[in-house]
Design a protein around this ligand. Structure first.
Ligand code: OAD
Length: 275
């Protein structure tokens, strides 16, 4: 667990210096909800995909592979489909930052939509890797009905049916609007860069910072803090004359709770989370 002095310092920094906080989130924020992350050595998704017979683990989210063989993705989508999971304490913390008028932007790589479910307003969220919220045909780009999609994914384990475009003469595969490897990030990601560059603090939580271009947001020369199980990216390498950085290692829910205690927000946090 992280040392308490660093948490106190971050709380003071937030209290005294911050009006515009930008969050950068990854799968570690949702592990306490029961959703595995990708790269943790034993529990991560990529370490547990042998059953899908993939040429390499990331192929499950690779657009060229999906076009040839969508079965591994749909097998996984059935297991990861939103609706089964509840936001974590860290998701409630993001909502709390918003209600204290401190949140400029929540940039997330997660596709589980738990930020929205925690009550963070959609105009403050950039889903950089898309989400399961909408879907369309990979060939003609026609949107596909949400309820029908839910039905296909929820029943995939029994029926093994993959949705296809109903437009006459098309029949293309339907894919959720998740950004696969080989696809570009949404325009909202690129237009958010100016907000990130003006932040008083970039708070990086639960990400290995391995996937670009998302990871590069952490490089803006503004103060930043890492809340994560392990040291990632170039955290710990800033020179003393560069912008301030805070490094808080441990379970994000524990750290966030302690941070809220220091800020006098703990009761509010717990109330929000229990809602
Ligand atoms: P990773 O699995 O790469 O990294 C998760 C990070 O969170 C690791 O550093 C873990 O140690 C840390 N972590 C796990 N549980 C935690 C907890 N309870 N508290 C604090 N830290 C915790 O996941 P991402 O960085 O999100 O892309 O992965 C980035 C992208 O790679 C994903 O969006 C996905 C994947 O391929 C696509 O699907 C396109």
């Amino acid at each position: 667990m992280s040392d308490n002095a660093e948490i106190k310092e971050l709380a003071n920094f937030i209290r005294d210096k911050c009006k515009n906080i930008v969050l950068m989130l990854g799968a570690g924020v949702s592990t306490a909800a029961g959703i595995p992350d990708f790269r943790s050595p034993k529990t991560g998704l990529y370490a547990n995909l042998a059953r899908l017979n993939l040429p390499y683990p990331e192929a499950v989210f690779d657009i060229q592979f999906f076009l040839k063989n969508p079965v591994p993705f749909y097998t996984l989508a059935h297991e990861l489909y939103p609706g089964k999971f509840r936001p974590t304490l860290t998701h409630s913390f993001i909502r709390l930052l918003h209600s204290h008028n401190l949140l400029s932007l929540c940039c997330t790589q997660n596709i589980d939509t738990l930020e929205r479910r925690a009550g963070v307003p959609s105009e403050k969220i950039v889903e950089a890797h898309g989400s399961f919220a909408t879907q369309r045909c990979v060939r003609c780009r026609t949107p596909f009905d949400d309820a029908k999609m839910k039905d296909f994914v929820m029943n995939y384990a029994q029926k093994k049916l993959i949705p296809r475009c109903g437009k006459k003469g098309c029949g293309g595969l339907i894919k959720p609007d998740i950004v696969f490897f080989g696809e570009s990030l949404p325009p909202s990601f690129f237009s958010s860069q100016s907000v990130v560059s003006k932040a008083d603090l970039i708070l990086v939580i639960g990400t290995s910072l391995t996937v670009q271009p998302f990871a590069s947001l952490s490089l803006y020369p503004v103060p930043r803090a890492l809340i994560n199980l392990d040291l990632v990216g170039d955290f710990g390498m800033r020179e003393s004359d560069e912008e301030r950085e805070f490094i808080l290692l441990g379970q994000c829910d524990d750290i966030v709770r302690e941070l809220c205690r220091e800020l006098g927000w703990e009761e509010e946090l717990m109330k929000l989370w229990e809602e």
